[in-house]
Structures are given as C-alpha cells and as structure tokens.
Design a protein around this ligand. Structure first.
Ligand SMILES: Cc1cc2nc3c(=O)[nH]c(=O)nc-3n(C[C@H](O)[C@H](O)[C@H](O)COP(=O)(O)OP(=O)(O)OC[C@H]3O[C@@H](n4cnc5c(N)ncnc54)[C@H](O)[C@@H]3O)c2cc1C
Length: 432
C-alpha cells in the first residue's frame, strides 16, 4: 500500500521517532540497526544517494562511473516499513524543542537525533584554496574534477600545437591515502589518454606533483609502507616532495612558504577534512579535534540524553586518551553501536560503551599496487595488497548491482586497462 507523501502510517506514528542526519556509512549503519525495530526512523540527506567515498578518486580519474559508487538511500531501505527518507539539507537543530529545520523551512520533530553529517574539505585558511583548488569529498566533486582534468588535457593539446615545449603541471596537495590514490590514478589517466586516445602531448613535459608538509607519505601507516608508496608513485611518474607548505593558490599557480611559485593547470586538494563545517547550525555541542563533536562513551553528546553523533562528525573515543581515526569502518561500527544504544534507551535499559574493532587500513598506489596494514601490524604490499583492497571495497559497496558492475568493470580493465569512461559530461563552455 502506498502512503501519501509525508504521512506516517498510524501504527508507526506512536513509536519514538529517530531522525538521522546523513546517509553516509555511519547514518546508513545506524538506520540498518533500527530497521524493523520498535522505532520510526527518518534519514535526511542532501543527496538522495549513499556515496561510497573511498572510490571517488576512481570516478575523478575516469576509472569508474558515478553510478558505480552511489546507491539510492530509498532503495537500501525499501523493505523496511519503519525507515523513511527525506531529501533535503538540514539547516539547524533546536535541541530544546527537539526539532530539525531543513533549508526549505520545514521542521521535523525528533525523540532521538543522530548526527552523521560526516566532514567537509578543510582549507586551513590558505588564501585562494577554497576558490581555486579542487576537493574530492562528494560525487559532485569527483565528477567536476574528472571534467576538469579531461578538459585540461584537451586544451593542452590545442595550446601545444605550434609550441611542443609547453609544460603542463598538476599539483596534488596532501600525501594521505586520498592524495596517494589520486596522484597515482591521475598519472595513469594521463599515460592512457596519450597512448590509447592519441592525445598529442609530450609525456615528458607533463608533471604530476604530490606535495605534503610531512616528511613522508601515508603517515598513519608504518614507515616501510610510506617508503614503498613513494617508490611506486615515482616509478609511475609522480614527483613527490615533502616539507612543502602551501601559502596561496590562484587560477594559474600555487605558492609555497619558501617563496617558490609553480605554474599549474590544476590543484587537487587532499590535505584534510573538518567536521565542524558540515555540522548543522545551532547545535549545542562541545567541539573536539578537527571540529568533531565530543561524545560520551555510549556516543551521546556530552550534555544530551537524546542527541548522538557518529562517524566522521564525532570524536569517537578509542580509549581514555585517544580518538578513532575518520575511517569508514569507524563510521560503520559507531553507527551500528548508536542504533543498539537508542534501542536500549527506548526500552529503559542501560547503555554500553563503544569499542572499536580495528580492521586495519589500506590505500592503493595504482594498478596492481596497494599497501595494507593488518590489525596485528603486518604490512601487506604490492599485488597481494591490491587484491585485498579490491576484495574489501567490493564487499563494502552498497547494493548487489553496484558490486557486480564494479567487479565486471575492474575485471575488464584488468585485462584491457585503457578502457574507461573518459567522458567530459558538460558542455565545453561550462567546464570551470
Ligand atoms: C576521497 C576519500 C577517500 C577515502 N578513502 C577511505 C578508505 O580507503 N578507507 C576508509 O576507511 N576511509 C576512507 N575515507 C574516509 C571515509 O570515507 C569516511 O570516514 C566515511 O565516509 C565517514 O562516513 P560518515 O557516514 O561519517 O560521513 P560521510 O560518508 O561523509 O556521509 C555524510 C553524509 O551526510 C550528508 N550530510 C552532511 N551534512 C548534511 C546536512 N546538513 N543535511 C543533510 N545531509 C547532510 C552528506 O550528504 C553525506 O551523505 C576516505 C575519505 C575521502 C574523502
């Protein structure tokens, strides 16, 4: 039976209402834990799809299609009668009235509120960064970046006719997993565009430069993983420079604290995230590291009985002194834990403390190469690490159709690597 829009079936209307802001890893895990339980759930997201963020760089570098890494939130919960979805951006939260207000002015009351808003790119006040550098946090970012990268290559071919000596530089800022994965894939994209698509550019005059302030790549990994990542990136043509602090970016160049200015066609920003910028207005919460919301051990806000925070938005405790990293497994586990605790509260039971089960960390460096650190500290590199990376990402992708499509795409490209959706999906004059 279909219900009219915004109406709630009568038997559900009497149940406690849990509103979840954000349909990312954390919000979806929380909603899954509450599906078919004695609560009514509304997920609110500004996008009508869940994004598999770890694969965005493949969309940006024309390895995967946008639809391969996104899945409609309604479809995930189509079977669960007590879970609904509202497409919209939450503007503010009024904790005293238990009310969430959307950008269109409509209000949604809650009994329990779950903040699962993730994080946004942090530009650390670097002049010009938010205006001219390209972040990679949403599907729209990834599509924009792909359009821009491919357009730059097209423009470069036109510009280089008659001037075969012109240089083309791409700068990637940030040597964490996102910067490493993106610079490796970008270098491969350029090689393919020249070899396979007949782009008339001199590869020797194209630079992909990865810069970081830190003295090594992948600082969350053991040093030997960093050394391996650097060697692999350099062998695929990426230049890596450490101790470089960016002090300004404009339309045509990036400037460093030592005074050097490098002319470049694009700056890709992978330097970090801030949770504070993604939080709704008027949320009364104690701010923790990276703008993350401080929570108690059961994941409730410090001064609240019915507002919870999970995933990247929250400073999820690892132990008495440390917080968990902003990673997908933390988001999934904290979302799941939060759902269990809400059910405890609704049933009048005591809540329990969150415990993180470390699943290890991994990053790809290019085709056939990845590094993974297992929970026991063992580092897996090379093809084995890459296969582990492929398997895990397939496992966590939402939706059987997406898994199958990505598996087919990856298998196809393993044997015919240069095939890939190198499409500029925008009218020529609208690509910024
Ligand atoms: C490029 C990149 C690569 C990464 N690679 C890895 C990796 O390989 N492995 C790993 O473990 N982690 C990786 N991470 C980190 C991982 O993606 C995050 O830890 C994870 O996505 C956090 O999940 P979340 O649900 O808290 O937030 P998100 O996944 O960011 O979801 C937040 C959701 O909230 C919605 N939202 C935000 N504000 C509002 C609002 N006001 N109103 C309505 N909706 C709102 C957003 O639209 C979004 O859907 C990567 C991150 C990035 C950026």
């Amino acid at each position: 039976m279909a219900f009219p829009p915004h109406s709630v079936p009568r038997d559900l209307a009497t149940l406690p209402h849990v509103v979840i802001i954000g349909g990312g890893f954390a919000g979806v895990a929380a909603a899954k834990g509450l599906a078919d339980q004695d609560v009514r759930v509304t997920i609110i997201d500004q996008h009508n799809f869940h994004t598999f963020v770890p694969l965005l760089y493949q969309v940006a570098t024309a390895g995967l299609e946008p639809a391969d890494v996104a899945f409609p939130i309604r479809t995930i919960f189509g079977h669960a009668a007590n879970v609904g979805f509202r497409h919209g951006r939450v503007r503010s939260v009024d904790q005293s009235r238990g009310l969430v207000t959307l950008a269109d002015g409509s209000g949604i009351p809650y009994d329990h509120l779950v903040i699962a808003t993730g994080a946004a790119a942090a530009f650390f006040g670097v002049p010009g960064a938010s205006q001219f550098a390209m972040p990679l946090y949403t599907l729209a970012d990834a599509r924009r970046l792909r359009n821009r990268l491919l357009s730059i290559l097209e423009e470069a071919e036109v510009a280089s006719e008659g001037d075969a000596s012109s240089d083309l530089t791409f700068v990637v800022v940030g040597g964490g997993p996102t910067g490493v994965e993106t610079s490796g894939a970008l270098s491969e994209l350029i090689a393919i565009a020249i070899r396979r698509d007949g782009l008339r550019l001199d590869p020797a005059r194209i630079r992909v430069l990865l810069v970081d302030m830190a003295p090594r790549l992948l600082t969350a990994f053991p040093t030997r993983a960093s050394v391996y990542a650097k060697r692999r990136l350099e062998s695929s043509g990426v230049e890596v420079e450490f101790g470089r602090s960016v002090v300004g970016i404009d339309k045509h160049a990036i400037r460093f604290s030592d005074g050097e200015r490098i002319e470049c066609a694009a700056v890709i920003w992978a330097a970090g995230v801030s949770a504070g910028d993604a939080l709704p207005q008027d949320l009364t919460a104690t701010s923790g590291p990276g703008g993350r919301v401080r929570v108690r051990s059961d994941l409730r806000l410090l001064d609240s009985e019915n507002v919870w925070a999970v995933g990247d938005a929250a400073a999820v405790p690892l132990d008495d002194k440390q917080f968990c990293a902003q990673l997908a497994p933390v988001a999934i586990q904290s979302g799941r834990h939060c759902a269990e605790q809400i059910l405890h509260v609704v049933r009048g039971e005591a809540t329990q403390a969150f415990r993180y089960h470390d699943k290890g960390i991994m990053a790809t460096i290019g085709r056939n190469a990845a590094v993974a650190e297992l929970p026991n500290g063992v580092v897996v590199k090379g093809r084995l690490g890459w296969l582990a990376w492929l398997g895990l990402h397939l496992w966590y992708l939402v939706g059987f159709r997406n898994r199958l499509r990505v598996l087919i795409n990856w298998t196809w490209r393993y044997f015919d690597w240069p095939s890939g959706p190198r499409l500029i999906v925008a009218d020529a004059e609208t690509v910024d």
